[in-house]
Design a protein around this ligand. Structure first.
Ligand code: 3PG
Length: 208
């Protein structure tokens, strides 16, 4: 599973974090992201449309690797997998979520904000972690400071990152990609501005 996570973290420099209110937007949005060079898509389980969106993208969008974000419980992992998610992302961890992830086929990218949390996950076999919330928690300086004492871990920092701040994170030796919601802004999703989303994806894909 760690190898699967590494592979999807290397597909593109940015994993878009999507908050989707209308599942009908899922397929054209995902097609626009893929066309712009961004195949890995995290749909957060924060809206009632999320599972339908994951199901539609998994079934209909060639080249997309869709996963769920905001996985908090065993039930979230099961529902996302059943909808066709290929991975799950969580903002933090709990012992019960980690036990459920052990029993699930879905690879989990769990979030940490401290070295102690990272060490606890390392003990459980995780070498690929989300650093969340990246900017409020200390930004690229904090993450860079973990590279020497925790060299085994590769991160996807997420939270407060933009096109202009992403390069600071991507330059770190312990960062494989960043996450961010800026590629799929609510106004573009609502108005169906797929060309605009493709453009944002292309800019993001060019970061590396
Ligand atoms: C989130 O929690 O929504 C993600 O971490 C994305 O954060 P962002 O909106 O700051 O990119």
């Amino acid at each position: 599973k760690q190898q699967q996570v590494e592979t999807l973290m290397r597909l593109a420099p940015v994993i878009p974090v999507v908050i989707i209110d209308d599942a009908r937007a899922a397929v054209p949005m995902a097609r626009a992201l893929v066309a712009g060079g961004i195949p890995t898509i995290e749909v957060t389980l924060r809206t009632s449309a999320a599972l339908d969106a994951i199901r539609a993208i998994a079934a209909e969008v060639e080249g997309a690797v869709v996963g769920c974000g905001t996985a908090l419980t065993a039930r979230d992992l099961a529902a996302a997998q059943q909808a066709g998610a290929r991975f799950a992302v969580s903002p933090g961890t709990s012992p019960r979520l980690l036990d459920a992830a052990d029993d699930s086929e879905l690879p989990l990218l769990p979030g940490v904000a401290t070295a102690s949390e990272a060490m606890a996950l390392l003990e459980r076999g995780y070498r690929h972690l989300k650093f969340f919330p990246a900017v409020p928690a200390g930004g690229h300086k904090l993450l860079g400071a973990w590279a020497s004492p925790l060299p085994q871990i590769r991160f996807c920092p997420t939270g407060g990152i933009s096109l202009s701040s992403a390069p600071d994170f991507l330059a770190l030796p312990n960062v494989l990609c960043v996450g961010g919601s800026w590629l799929t802004p609510a106004d573009k999703l609502a108005s169906g501005d797929w060309t605009g989303i493709e453009l944002l994806a292309r800019e993001a894909a060019g970061l590396r």
